[in-house]
Each structure stands twice: as C-alpha cells, then as structure tokens.
Design a protein around this ligand. Structure first.
Ligand code: ZN
Length: 64
C-alpha cells in the first residue's frame, strides 16, 4: 500500500477520489456503500445514534 492509496477496511478495495465515504467508529473511513445497512453510531462514544438524531452525510473522498 502506498501513501496515496487507501483501501476500504470493509471490502479491501481502494477508495478512489470522489467515492462517497463514511467514517466507521471501528474501522475509520469506509465506502458509504459498504456501511449501508449498518447502524450509525456516535463517533465520540461508540453508542448507536437515536432514531431522531441527524445522520452523518457521506463525503467525497479526497485522497487523504
Ligand atoms: Zn468498501
């Protein structure tokens, strides 16, 4: 793995610039599609977000 390649910890595929990502509390940055269906958790405390809490927005990967 080189400095400018980051592999999704869920599917082990590279995350490419512009791919939508979400932060997983355990794994770090993952493809948003790989976290589909997973419960959203509070990244600070690791507890599931309540149903009425705002959900994190996927963000486009910028190669960081
Ligand atoms: Zn993935």
């Amino acid at each position: 793995m080189t400095a400018d390649t980051y592999n999704c910890p869920i599917c082990a595929e590279p995350i490419n610039e512009g791919d939508l990502c979400l932060m997983d509390v355990d794994e770090g940055d993952c493809h948003a599609r790989c976290l589909e269906g997973a419960p959203f958790v509070d990244l600070d405390i690791g507890d599931p977000l309540p149903d009425d809490a705002p959900k994190p927005e996927p963000y486009p990967w910028r190669g960081e």
